[in-house]
Design a protein around this ligand. Structure first.
Ligand SMILES: C[S@@+](CC[C@H](N)C(=O)[O-])C[C@H]1O[C@@H](n2cnc3c(N)ncnc32)[C@H](O)[C@@H]1O
Length: 276
């Protein structure tokens, strides 16, 4: 069952591969992360409050002075709030720019947290067990899901909490790929496929909560929007004006912050205890 569920996950993710001829026509990778946009998202998450189903679940797994491991930590959106609540946080992040963003945000918040730069599960052997493990918005990046998840579970004394979107995070880009490149994007995998992998690894169904919050990614200018979406959509710069026309009706200005797409975001929290 583990082999079938994880092979399905890999196959569905591989369907997202972008055709080589599109990639060859642009100078930048579509897969980059901007530390600035992620720091802003972490900042908005703080403004929205520290209470979400994910943070509540992490708290319920953490004993007093318990330890938390955040895998794919980015700039610390899922864990630095718990460092501020007195928990020892270890973050694993493979992208050095995001790792630097994590250090900066920890400094700004006046909390200390250990950062391990490297890819999970490659670095897992050198990391101690923690009480709780959190992993937010990473799993759709992980084709080799079984070793990744098994290592999360092996590192959790009490339990693991995973946050993800119901569908692949690039699903929102499908209409633009269709309009700009006449390219259909896949439908899966979804959180339901992920839940099946977790169930296969844990031997029982995990808990699942579906909830929503306002989107957190905002832009300062149209230049920033076109840079972000132009790269994600592998669009040569001389076509960015076309993109602007497509995105303009979907863009809202909220007190100087530009948001693209509907404001509500559906989020899924999946968790499983490793100890009773
Ligand atoms: C979408 S961001 C989410 C960041 C953060 N967890 C949050 O929710 O704000 C995904 C992050 O996971 C990191 N990442 C992806 N795969 C990873 C891996 N195998 N090991 C460590 N970091 C990984 C990426 O570099 C990126 O910073």
């Amino acid at each position: 069952m583990i082999e079938a569920a994880s092979a399905r996950w890999r196959r569905l993710l591989e369907e997202w591969t972008i055709p080589g001829e599109l990639l060859d026509a642009v100078p930048d990778s579509p897969y980059g992360w901007s530390p600035e946009l992620w720091k802003r998202r972490a900042q908005v998450a703080c403004e929205q409050g520290i209470q979400t189903p994910t943070s509540d679940r992490v708290r319920s797994l953490l004993p007093a002075s318990g330890t938390l491991l955040d895998v794919g930590a980015g700039t610390g959106r899922a864990s630095l709030l718990h460092a501020a609540e007195g928990h020892a946080v270890t973050a694993v992040e493979k992208n050095p720019d995001l790792g630097e963003g994590f250090r900066q945000r920890a400094g700004e918040q006046g909390v200390s947290a250990e950062l391990i730069e490297g890819a999970w599960p490659d670095v897992a052997a050198g990391i101690d067990l923690h009480d709780a493990v959190v992993c937010a918005h990473v799993v759709y990046d992980v084709a080799d899901i079984e070793p990744f998840l098994s290592a999360l579970f092996r590192h959790a004394r009490v339990g693991v909490v995973v946050e993800l979107t119901p569908e692949h995070p690039w699903s929102d880009l499908a209409p633009y790929y269709r309009a700009l490149h006449q390219l259909e994007r896949p439908q899966g995998p979804t959180y339901a496929d992920f839940v099946q992998v977790v169930e296969a690894i844990c031997g029982r169904p995990p808990h699942v909560e579906i909830w929503s919050r306002p989107g957190q990614m905002w832009f300062e200018s149209w230049d920033e929007i076109l840079d972000h979406y132009g790269k994600r959509l592998v669009l040569p710069r001389d076509r960015w004006e076309e993109l602007r026309e497509l995105l303009a009706p979907q863009t809202e200005n909220e007190k100087g912050r530009l948001f693209v797409g509907g404001r509500d975001r559906t989020i899924v929290t999946v968790w499983c205890r490793t100890a009773p």
